[in-house]
Ligand binder design. Structure first.
Ligand SMILES: Nc1ncnc2c1ncn2[C@@H]1O[C@H](COP(=O)(O)OP(=O)(O)OP(=O)(O)O)[C@@H](O)[C@H]1O
Ligand SMILES: [Mg+2]
Length: 406
């Protein structure tokens, strides 16, 4: 067997094995898409699904790539995806010499599309959607073999969906509360500049629970600090709650943070010389319409510890006080940076249950964590890599804190 045929064979084997190891249909789709994206080092790999019961549009169910496609959709017949779906024929734009296909270009606003493959997937009963892979890395040229692999994957996926009666519909999310466009952050280190964030594009929706994952040092805390108005981006646009904060001065950012954002950190940062209720009162004094201190303590299950000083409280209790301190402002948005990293399993679940209640009450939450298990609670999971978004996953079946195990 020649080398390319062997590589093709191996990729197909990897896809099969990813599907057979998967714990759910979602997992199977996601992991087989990952295999394709990694083997081809593609800029984007997307599974578009036709919402037959809903709005009759193609929506992304899984994707890997540097832009947030959550709110993107294609009409049947529109763009390469819509056409491939309509005609039930693969579009193999293996390489555009000087002439990018406007049909494919239209799918990815702002991205230079050098090559793309779109493959419809369908069963004998119905047409499901399209798998799209854009811009092969390095040699940047898809081969016919690559396109064959994507077509075979689409058949495998369709069969698996058919057998499991897997059905997707568009994710119903709230209105956009936050928009990040091309956010960069550079730090001066002596003579050199380190580029930590290299163009983050993300929308956040009202009421969602968004988990931010990524390797240590990839810029998660940096991003969270920019979102919370504690740090400023080097460049890019940032809009939040209808306010354009891209070029806001320090005073405006402080005011924005005070009114709208609740912070929770890994270290609880409580004032050691103030008791629980005094710690809360300190923050309540800063805002117009705070929650009564007793109510905030009640909401984290610690009404009885109002008079306790931080040193008399366990780590989990201190963290719950710090959650109460965030909640007392009735913030629209809570930003949590590894809130359970210092806690054991049982205490972590208590803390997460407390946060879960705040989300259920309508607070938007963005949480940085190293704990993959926690991401099962989220509506969306965002992975950062190399200073950019790497993957955004919509979690169709978020679980409650009490179901997590680690
Ligand atoms: N004020 C600063 N000055 C210089 N470099 C900084 C500054 N803040 C952060 N960095 C650098 O930016 C990079 C990203 O830091 P950040 O704290 O955002 O990472 P992280 O993803 O939160 O990591 P971890 O998971 O370990 O908390 C690191 O290399 C860090 O050293
Ligand atoms: Mg961090």
């Amino acid at each position: 067997m020649d080398q390319t045929a062997l590589a093709t064979f191996q990729t197909l084997g990897d896809i099969q094995s990813a599907i057979s190891k998967a714990s759910s249909m979602d997992d199977a789709l996601r992991s087989s898409l990952k295999v394709i994206q990694e083997k081809l080092s593609a800029d984007y790999a997307v599974i578009w699904y036709f919402d037959a019961k809903g709005d009759q549009l193609l929506h992304p169910v899984f994707w890997i790539g540097p832009n947030d496609l959550t709110a993107t959709s294609h009409a049947v017949g529109e763009g390469a995806v819509g056409r491939s779906y309509q005609d039930q024929k693969a579009i193999r734009s293996l390489w555009f010499e000087n002439d990018p296909d406007p049909v494919t270009q239209a799918d990815f606003e702002g991205l230079e599309v050098r090559s793309a493959v779109c493959t419809p997937f369908s069963s004998i009963h119905e047409n499901f959607g399209v798998i799209q892979v854009v811009n092969k890395g390095e040699d940047a040229r898809f081969t016919e073999d690559d396109a064959d692999i994507i077509e075979i994957m689409s058949m495998t996926v369709a069969r698996a969906l058919d057998e499991n009666e897997g059905r997707f519909s568009a994710w119903e999310h709230g209105p956009t509360i936050m928009e990040l466009r091309g956010i960069t952050r550079e730090f001066q280190n002596g003579d050199s500049i380190s580029k930590i964030l290299r163009g983050i594009n993300l929308d956040v929706y009202e009421g969602e629970f968004l988990v931010l994952l990524g390797e240590s040092g990839c810029g998660k805390s940096t991003l969270l600090n920019i979102i919370g108005g504690m740090d400023k981006a080097t460049s890019g646009e940032f809009r939040c709650l209808g306010q354009d904060l891209s070029n806001a001065d320090a005073k405006t950012l402080t005011e924005f943070r005070r009114r709208n954002i609740g912070f929770i950190f890994q270290s609880y940062n409580l004032m050691p010389n103030l008791n629980a209720s005094q710690n809360l009162a300190l923050i309540a004094d800063l805002v117009d319409d705070p929650m009564p201190v007793e109510e905030a303590l009640e909401s984290v299950g610690l009404a009885s510890r109002a008079k306790s000083y931080p040193s008399r409280l366990s780590g989990g209790q201190q963290q719950r006080i710090s959650i109460a301190r965030a909640l007392i402002k009735r913030p629209k948005i809570i930003l949590a940076d590894e809130p359970t990293a210092a806690l054991d399993y049982t205490t972590s679940i208590e803390v997460l249950t407390t946060l879960e209640k705040a989300i259920a009450a309508g607070t938007t939450m963005i949480m940085v964590t190293h704990n993959e298990e926690i991401s099962r609670m989220a509506n969306r999971v965002v992975r950062l890599r190399g200073g950019k978004l790497h993957e955004v996953t919509v979690n169709r079946h978020p679980v409650s804190a009490s179901e997590l195990v680690w």
